[in-house]
Design a binder for this molecule. Structure first.
Ligand code: PLP
Length: 406
């Protein structure tokens, strides 16, 4: 049974007033709130266990190691990876992509091609541009149509032996569009030996990820958007490729032997986890995966899709409101502007005065904003604890902003 009040009770932060009004938190694509199970896992680590992992013989160090490795296995199950050592703990999506862009330097040479899409977050653009600068490779960008839908015939037309890498997001953070990554992967497998990276930052909080079924080479996401603490995340990679890739950071934990003549690297996953990890955060990330699974992916998805549909329908009742990506399959996000009101942040400020938290601006996706010839949008984004009443409050707030600003 899906019991929204039971779920909300697990998020004490929601039970507060902002500017004298009950908080309506609709900025979940930026970061979600954390349930008690996650906060408790984090607190338990710091109050009962705190010790460094992997290198201690004493009891607390062994406990910390066991808990963190248990969490790795929870994430393995969460994304259906074949092996737990294919799950690398990172600080988040940005670090995962930078790790890859650095470690894949030798995979590319001058005039090779990397395909990304128009819908990417800056963190799935800039690391690849930096890689192109280092290697002389070129970026190619899958275009979108006026609904923000990827034109994937571009992939078919542009795949060649030069295509060495494809990196696309599973769900767009600016529009919420769910991208046809399965089709892109199938095309790529048929026509190239490109490596495939999926940025799942906005997918992991919303639906079941199955990396084996997807058949991607790498999958990255951040913990903090899926109810886990900030500074957590994972990079999944297929064993064979991870074994061949050189490490990203050098330091403690990532070596097998170290001498001044020669250093050899540790086995997976530690080769990619130099330095002291975020042990408490990584343990709490496992608790976040448990939290999602305790609700059930199907329940969570049904609720969030119903919220999105309701929000879209109600918002479109307002004159002159445009939703970007309106006709695309979407999850978790409604991104809009009001006709004649050029500055999205003006709307955001009025909403904040009545307790509603939304994000305004370019959402770290300036190319999408340039495509639509706008400076930014108002983005309301949903999590499992949001309610239909909150959507009504949002719609009333937008109506008020429209009255005040026009
Ligand atoms: N990719 C997408 C699709 C995102 O939405 C975000 C964050 O909003 C990122 C990457 C970067 O995530 P982080 O800042 O957690 O590293």
């Amino acid at each position: 049974m899906f019991d929204i009040q039971h779920i909300r009770n697990q998020f004490p932060i929601l039970d507060q007033s902002v500017n004298g009004k009950p908080l309506v938190y609709l900025d979940n694509a930026a970061t979600s709130q954390k349930p008690l199970a996650v906060l408790n896992a984090w607190q338990k680590y710091y109050t009962e266990i705190n010790a460094n992992v992997h290198r201690g013989i004493h009891t607390l160090s062994q406990l910390a190691t066991e808990e963190m490795e248990l969490s790795r296995r929870k994430i393995q199950k969460f994304i259906n990876a074949e092996h737990d050592f294919e799950v690398i703990f990172t600080r988040g999506t940005t670090e995962g992509i930078n790790l890859l862009a650095y470690s894949l330097t030798a995979w590319l040479k001058k005039d090779d091609e990397i395909i990304i899409s128009y819908l990417e977050h800056h963190s799935n653009i800039v690391p690849w541009q930096m890689l192109c600068e280092r290697t002389g490779a070129k970026l190619k960008v899958i275009p979108i149509d006026s609904d923000g839908i990827l034109q994937i015939d571009f992939v078919e037309k542009n795949l060649s032996e030069k295509t060495r890498l494809i990196s696309v997001n599973h769900v767009s953070n600016a529009l919420g569009v769910v991208n046809p990554v399965e089709e892109i992967i199938a095309l790529a497998r048929k026509n190239s030996d490109a490596l495939i990276v999926i940025d799942g930052a906005q997918a992991a909080p919303h639906f079941k990820i199955d990396v084996q079924q997807l058949d991607c080479d790498f999958y990255v996401f951040s913990g903090h958007k899926m109810y886990a603490p900030m500074g957590t995340g994972i990079l999944y990679g297929k064993e064979k490729i991870l074994r061949e890739l050189p490490p990203f950071h050098g330091g403690g934990e990532m070596i097998a032997t170290c001498s001044f003549d020669k250093t050899t690297y540790a086995d997976l996953p530690f080769k990619f986890e130099a330095g002291t990890p975020n042990v408490g955060g990584n343990i709490a990330l496992g608790a976040a995966a448990d939290f999602i699974e305790s609700i059930g992916h199907q329940h969570l998805q049904n609720h969030e899709n119903a919220l999105l549909e309701y929000a879209q329908q109600k918002l479109l009742e307002l004159d002159g409101l445009r939703i970007y990506g309106e006709k695309a399959t979407r999850t978790g996000v409604v991104s809009f502007n009001l006709e004649g009101i050029g500055i999205a942040s003006d709307v955001g400020m009025i909403l904040n005065k009545i307790g509603i938290a939304v994000r305004t601006g370019h959402h770290c996706t300036q190319p999408i904003m340039a495509f639509f010839e706008i400076a930014g949008t108002v983005r309301a984004s949903f999590a499992v604890y949001n309610t239909f009443e909150e959507i009504d409050i949002l719609v009333e707030g937008v109506r008020k902003a429209q009255r005040m600003l026009s």
